[in-house]
Design a protein around this ligand. Structure first.
Ligand code: NAI
Length: 538
């Protein structure tokens, strides 16, 4: 039986603190009987995982026959696992035998844990939890798989609101490791701990989150889509170019192909719900580009057309052939750090055939390569046009951050040859530099992809915004930096976590990039997190 506890303000504001200081005994949920309500996509997956972990699982759905249908579907899934040699026949039979569809909620009274995975509607979910309180024992933990509704709001009005917690799985449940354990204002720390331990016992990686719009993943991931849509809105690049750049940075899918996969209606709805839940903070404003697609029925893969046509999918980028750069008199690599080191190696290789090498100016205000006075500059957020105006030379091109060089622990000395990289020319650049800038990037080992002269280009801008959102989540006690990193890597397969990127970039540089974006766009979207600003001071 759960007792109500008194929690300090500090506990309420810091989920980590809250869980450490809990005095209540943690309910033991391992092996406990379970009731899953909602036998759709997620409910069926949750039932499978729980049954595989040895729980007796009852399954209930208001749609007649849905629970039986889900069980039949799971039988086929388990057969498939047996056929692939991933599970023994006895194991599969035992797993299936643990799942019992029930015809009424009243039959679920013996559950120690209920996981709710019904329709995403506050009123309907609230009504269900009230109904459940009349059925289950007062000590039974109630978990919701909601992806967007406030856990605090769901618990309001319950007789024992402290037992309600978010247990946010990702689709497909059996494969995705992440579970966000979401605490609302009412949630007893011991309840969150129990669900956290249970998810771990199921082979998942649980991460504590405070109930705030989008929780961790759906909040921090917003800029991955938003920045691509913003670049498309201003005609800076095609979806193909954006996808190629972010794939080259290590993301498994580019933002446009990913939105096509998720479905633009679903993606737009999540963005809209986060926007509305934040009192229409412009930082989360949905995109006109996506709204038009939804209105036009261009929903992505499921409708046969989104940014791309299906089943064809992403067409290959047109192959551009770059000639070797014209002979230069002077080549100097500017700056310090992994990118400058890589450029020095690459320029040395490129010039070796001519029997000479680049100079290196470590003490420089910028990172990049200077070729007979023309500049290839690693983006800091200033556009090529701004650099040309502020610093003199007309022949300026900025290039995107080669993230794979700096994203992970242990600096590699190279990038796969032909790594796609966005670059942009200053409008003032002369005709020779227009071809030579691309020729040089190609000679340095990149596949240069031209972009309009926009601040932060593609990867730098997107990653800076992901870091910024993660920083704000930490500022607001939604999660810890380690929690954010785990959540983004496991929930959406990011190649690294935002704070891992930050460790190999720097708070000062990320902040400078965000401030440059803010100066260009003059809105709320690029408002830097105070957490990042404080970090930069250190
Ligand atoms: P779904 O539509 O596949 O399944 C929902 C099921 O709930 C349906 O079978 C429906 O008949 C049943 N249902 C509706 N009202 C009910 C009630 N009052 N009592 C019992 N059963 C009821 O939906 P899906 O995708 O499984 O989503 C379920 C929940 O999981 C939602 O809250 C959703 O936001 C959340 N979620 C969904 C993810 C996804 O990728 N689909 C990912 C993470 C969370």
């Amino acid at each position: 039986m759960l007792s109500a506890g008194v929690r300090s303000g500090r506990e309420q504001n810091d989920p980590a603190e809250k869980h450490r200081e809990s005095t209540m005994t943690t309910p033991e949920l391992k092996g406990a009987p379970l009731l899953v309500v909602g036998a759709g996509l997620m409910g069926a997956g949750i039932a499978q995982v729980a049954a595989q972990a040895g729980h007796a699982v009852q399954l209930f759905d208001t749609r007649e026959g849905a629970a039986e249908q889900a069980k039949a579907g799971l039988a086929a899934t388990l057969d498939g696992l047996v056929a692939k040699g991933k599970m023994g026949t006895d194991d599969a039979n035992a797993t299936l035998a643990r799942i019992a569809p029930i015809a009424s909620l009243a039959a679920g009274g013996s559950a120690h844990l209920v996981v709710e995975a019904i329709v995403e509607d506050l009123g309907i979910k609230r009504a269900l939890f009230r109904q459940l309180e009349a059925v289950v024992a007062p000590g039974c933990v109630l978990a919701t798989n909601t992806s967007s509704i406030s856990v605090t709001a769901l618990a309001a009005g319950l007789a024992h609101p402290g037992r309600l917690v978010g247990m946010h799985f990702f689709n497909p449940v059996p494969l995705m490791k992440l579970v966000e354990v979401v605490s609302g204002l009412h949630t007893e720390p011991a309840v969150a701990e129990a669900v956290f331990a249970l998810a771990g016992a199921w082979g998942k990686v649980p991460v504590h989150a405070r109930s705030t719009p989008g929780f961790i993943v759906n909040r921090i991931a917003r800029p991955y889509y938003a920045e691509a849509l913003a670049l498309l809105l201003e005609q800076a690049a095609t979806p193909q170019v954006l996808d190629a750049c972010l794939r080259a940075a290590g993301f498994r899918m580019g933002p446009c192909e990913l939105m096509d996969l998720i479905g633009h209606d679903t993606n737009f709805a999540v963005t809209q719900s986060v926007y509305e839940a934040n009192f229409f903070d412009k930082r989360f404003m949905p995109s006109l580009v996506q709204r038009e697609m939804v209105e036009g029925g261009l929903l992505g893969r499921k409708s046969g057309r989104g940014f791309y046509r299906y089943p064809e999918g992403v067409p290959p980028l047109p192959v551009a052939v770059h000639e070797a750069p014209a002979t230069a008199r002077e080549v100097t690599v500017h700056g310090e750090g992994a990118v400058a080191d890589f450029l020095e190696q690459a320029a040395t290789l490129a010039l070796a055939a001519q029997g000479w090498g680049p100079a290196r100016l470590r003490d420089s205000a910028w990172v990049g390569v200077e070729i007979d006075g023309a500049r290839l500059v690693l983006t800091t957020g200033r556009t090529a046009g701004e650099i040309a105006v502020q610093e003199g030379p007309a022949d300026v091109a900025v290039f995107d951050r080669p993230l794979a060089l700096t994203a992970s622990a242990g600096l590699p000395t190279g990038l796969p040859p032909g790594t796609a990289l966005a670059y942009a020319l200053a409008p003032q650049a002369g005709p020779a530099w227009r071809t030579q800038s691309a020729a040089w990037l190609a000679a340095l080992g990149f596949t240069p992809l031209p972009l309009a002269d926009t601040p932060g280009l593609v990867v730098a801008r997107t990653v800076a915004m992901l870091v910024n959102e993660a920083a704000d989540a930490v500022l607001q006690g939604v999660c810890t930096p380690a929690g954010a990193d785990a959540a983004m890597k496991l929930g959406v397969n990011y190649p690294a976590g935002p704070f891992e990127w930050l460790a190999h970039w720097s708070a000062t540089e990320v902040l400078a990039l965000l401030d440059a974006l803010d100066a260009q766009y003059r809105g709320e979207r690029y408002r830097a997190s105070p957490w990042l600003r404080r970090q930069a001071l250190l």
